[in-house]
Design a protein around this ligand. Structure first.
Ligand code: BGC
Length: 521
C-alpha cells in the first residue's frame, strides 16, 4: 500500500504506512536516558563546589579565600576563574568529543556510538567517585564529558530516525524530559550527599551518574540501530528487516526507497564537513546548526541551572531554603516539559517557540526589575520576603517557558532538519556549540552579574527577544514532516527558497526534460 498524503501549510507531505510500535518506544526511551546523564552533570556542577569536604580536599587554597571574603555587594560574589574552569572542563571536553561523534555515528552507527559514550561515562563517574587526588578527579571529569558530548550528538539523531514522523516531536522530547529529570536528581543527590556523615557524600553524588549511563550501555546492546544508519553503512538487508519490525506493517517499500535515495545522495558527498561549510547547498541547515544551540544557551537558562543557589542567596534565602528553591525550579522544569511532549506534534514547533519565548522575555524583565528595585545599583540592602517570593515565582515562570520552547526544541529541530548527507557533521556542530556556550556562560556569569547587576536579566531578555524574532521569521514548521521530505520545507519558505538548490527527482527530471527538448530543437 503506498503511503498516504497529508496536507500541511498548503504543502502535501507523504506519510509512510506504519504505527508507533513498542520497540520504537522502548528504543527511544533507552536513547533518551542520554539526556539524563547530561542533565545530571549540569545539576551536579554547582552542588560539588558548595560541598565543603570536596573543596577542602581538592581546592584548599580557593576554599580559604572563599571563606575570607566579606560580602559587601550582593551582585559581586566570590569568583575564582580556576574553579569555574575546572567545572567547565566537563563541557569543554564534551565540546571536543562532539566533533568526534560525527565520524563515529557515520562509521559505526548510532547504536554503537551510544554504547561507547555511555561506557566512557561509566568509567569517568567511577574514577571521579573514588578520586584521591586532583589528576584522578580531572580524568574522571574529562571522561564523563566525552560521554556526554558524544551521546548528546547521537541520541537525538537516533530518536528522530527511529520515530514515525507523526510522533517524532513527542519521542524526541523524551530526551529533554530526561535532561530535566537528570538535573532534578542531581539537585537531590547534592543535598543528600551533603548530609552523609564523614564528608564523603560527594563521592556518592559523582558516582551515581554511572547508573543511568550503565542503563544506556546495556540498553544499547538490546536495541536495533536505525534503518538509516544501517543503509548508510551498507547493510540494506538488516535495514529492511529493522524497518519492517519497527513500523509494524507488511509493506515499507516506499519509506525504504526514500531512505535508500537519501543514502545514495549522501554517498556522493566525499567530505560532509566541507560540503556543509563550503558546498553552498546547505545554508539554512548550517545557519540553524550554529544558531539554535547558541541561542539556546543565550536564553540564560544555565544561569538558573548552575547558579540558582547563588541567585536565591542573593535575594536573601538561607542555606536550606536555597536548596528548596532549586528543587522547586527543578520540578517546574520537569513538569513543564510535558507540555511540549504532548503539544509539539499538534500545535507545532513554532507556536511553542513563540509562546515560550514571549513568556521568558516578560519574566526576565520582571525578575530584573524586582531585584533592581530592591538592591539598586549598589547591591546593598535587604529584600522583603514578599519580594523574594515574587522573584522565585517569576524565575519559575521563566523556567516553564524555556521547558516547553528552547529546551526541547534546541535538540528536536537540529535532529530533524539535516539531510543524511550532512546529518552527522551538522549534529556534531550543534552539540559542540551547545557545550561550548554552556561552558562559556558558566564561566562569565559571576563577572556579568557583578558588572551588569540586575541588568543581567534584561541582557538575557534582549537575547530572547532577538531569537524569538529570528524564529518567527526564519524557522519553517517541521511538525509531521518526514525527515527525508524536509527539503520541501525549505523550498516553500519565503526566505530560504532563495538559497536551496533543488535536487529532488521532480527537479532533476524537469531539468532533463528541458535539456532533451533543447537538444531536439
Ligand atoms: C539545555 C541545557 C539546560 C537544560 C535545562 C537543555 O535543553 O541544553 O543547557 O540546562 O535544557 O533543562
Amino acid at each position: 500500500m503506498p503511503g498516504a498524503v497529508i496536507v500541511h501549510h498548503h504543502t502535501r507531505y507523504k506519510t509512510y504506512p506504519g504505527e508507533l510500535t513498542g520497540i520504537v518506544v522502548f528504543s527511544c526511551l533507552i536513547a533518551s536516558v542520554a539526556g539524563c546523564i547530561f542533565g545530571y552533570d549540569i545539576g551536579l556542577t554547582s552542588g560539588l563546589t558548595s560541598s565543603e569536604p570536596y573543596m577542602v580536599k581538592f581546592f584548599p587554597s580557593i576554599y580559604e579565600e572563599m571563606k575570607k571574603q566579606v560580602v559587601v555587594n550582593q551582585y559581586c560574589k566570590f569568583d575564582s576563574q580556576i574553579l569555574t574552569l575546572f567545572c567547565s572542563s566537563l563541557f569543554l571536553s564534551a565540546t571536543v568529543a562532539a566533533f568526534f561523534a560525527g565520524p563515529m555515528t557515520r562509521s559505526f552507527g548510532r547504536k554503537w556510538t551510544l554504547f561507547s559514550a555511555a561506557s566512557a561515562y561509566v568509567a569517568g563517574a567511577c574514577i571521579g567517585g573514588v578520586s584521591v587526588n586532583f589528576p584522578m578527579l580531572l580524568t574522571g571529569r574529562i571522561l564523563v564529558g566525552a560521554g556526554v558530548g558524544i551521546s548528546i550528538q547521537a541520541a537525538p539523531l537516533y530518536i528522530s530516525e527511529m520515530a514515525p514522523a507523526q510522533q517524532r516531536g513527542m519521542l524526541n522530547i523524551m530526551f529533554q524530559l530526561m535532561i530535566t529529570v537528570g538535573i532534578l536528581t542531581a539537585n537531590m543527590t547534592n543535598y543528600l550527599g551533603s548530609k552523609v556523615p564523614g564528608g564523603w557524600g560527594w563521592r556518592i553524588a559523582v558516582a551515581f551518574g554511572a547508573i543511568p549511563a550503565a542503563v544506556i550501555a546495556l540498553g544499547a546492546l538490546a536495541i536495533p540501530d536505525t534503518p538509516t544508519s544501517l543503509i548508510e553503512r551498507g547493510d540494506t538487508a538488516t535495514a529492511r528487516k529493522t524497518l519492517l519490525q519497527i513500523r509494524g506493517v507488511g509493506d515499507v517499500r516506499e519509506e525504504f526507497d526514500d531512505l535508500s535515495t537519501a543514502s545514495e545522495d549522501a554517498k556522493a558527498v566525499e567530505s560532509p564537513w566541507r560540503e556543509l561549510f563550503f558546498g553552498g547547498k546547505y545554508k539554512p541547515q548550517l545557519t540553524f546548526a550554529l544558531l539554535i544551540p547558541f541561542f539556546q544557551q543565550l536564553t540564560g537558562i544555565n544561569v538558573i541551572m548552575f547558579y540558582a543557589p547563588v541567585l536565591f542567596k542573593t535575594v536573601g534565602f538561607k542555606q536550606n531554603a536555597t536548596l528548596v528553591s532549586s528543587v522547586i525550579t527543578g520540578l517546574v522544569n520537569v513538569f513543564s516539559t510535558f507540555v511540549a511532549v504532548v503539544t509539539a506534534d499538534k500545535v507545532g514547533r513554532r507556536a511553542l517557540f513563540l509562546q515560550g519565548g514571549t513568556q521568558m522575555i516578560i519574566s526576565q524583565i520582571l525578575v530584573g526589575t524586582f531585584i533592581g528595585l530592591q538592591f539598586g545599583m549598589s547591591g546593598t540592602g535587604d529584600i522583603s520576603e514578599q519580594y523574594a517570593m515574587c522573584i522565585v515565582l517569576f524565575v519559575c515562570v521563566y523556567v516553564a517557558g524555556f521547558a516547553w520552547s528552547w529546551g526541547p526544541m534546541g535538540w528536536l529541530i537540529p535532529s530533524e532538519i539535516y539531510p543524511l548527507a550532512v546529518r552527522n557533521a551538522a549534529m556534531s556542530i550543534t552539540a559542540a556549540v551547545n557545550m561550548f556556550f554552556t561552558a562559556f556562560i558558566g564561566q562569565i556569569f559571576l563577572t556579568l552579574l557583578c558588572h551588569l547587576r540586575f541588568g543581567l536579566f534584561y541582557f538575557f531578555g534582549a537575547w530572547v527577544l532577538l531569537m524569538t524574532l529570528f524564529i518567527a521569521m526564519l524557522l519553517p514548521e517541521t511538525k509531521n514532516v518526514p525527515v527525508e521530505e524536509m527539503a520541501h520545507v525549505w523550498k516553500k519558505h519565503w526566505f530560504w527558497r532563495k538559497f536551496v538548490i533543488d535536487t529532488s527527482n521532480d527537479a532533476r527530471s524537469a531539468e532533463m526534460r528541458k535539456r532533451i527538448a533543447l537538444e531536439m530543437s
